[in-house]
Design a protein around this ligand. Sequence first.
Ligand code: PDD
Length: 283
Amino acid sequence: MSYVLDNDQIVLRENVKIDFLDRAYVFGDGVYEVIGVYNGTPFKLEKHLARLQYSADQIELNIPYELEELNKKLMELIEKNQLFTGFIYLQISRGVAPRTHHFPQIEVSPKLIAFTTQTTRLPEDFYTNGVKTMLVEDTRWLRCNIKSLNLLPNVLAKETAIKNDCFEAILHRGETITEGSSSNVFVRKGNKLYTHPADNFILNGITRQTVLEICEKNDIEVVEEPFTKDFILHADEAFLSVTFLGILPIQKVDETAIEVGEITKKIQDELYQLTHKSGIASL
Ligand code: PDD
């Protein structure tokens, strides 16, 4: 059975009602989070909720209730759906109002929806041999640090990648690599890792932040500075980081092959240990 968190109520999926004048539907006016769940436990839930709060604040959207309460409701949802391995999708829209671009002049209640998906990670081969990627121009707006529902440029970039037999589109603004269409990008050159700084050009991934913690603990130097297309094409190693899937080595950028190296494997293993602490789930 599939239950959904509909504002503060956990209800059966078929009982959820979404109005077509919901501003998420007509404008993409809302924010969201994707939270990985391993062994029935959400990974870094507080951090996801803090980022949700940040995104909501940035678009002047009120989260309908306290984060502590939301945390409890999401735990209840996991329990109710008997979710073991997978993720929670959570979104909040500004609510239902007559369609005008500006914020509604009338009192409108934000609409919160959360559902769970039971799934497995990718086949082992993706983690050992890596994934193919391609460079795609980053055509997004300039506030990519907000996890907003407006994902059309990301969708189109990912679709271009898929059509070209690639797993991910690596986005670049001019010469500068920003991030993946739905992941963050890391490159090793010599004994340092490089990743785009957490500014308005990228989403500061929760997995990215965890990679930084892992690197700190393991004395791996990370340089948070923009790097170029040419730099990634001459990488010693490169990988993607994203919720639930974890660390995916990059085996190819366009036609350039990149070796899957030891630093990527080390970070991959460390993250795996953190996410699968209770040790019963496997890849
Ligand atoms: N996306 N950058 C972008 C543009 C993303 O969409 C995501 C994740 C990330 C990685 O963030 P995190 O480590 O917090 O998952 C970076 C989610 C998974 C999605 O939209 O489905």
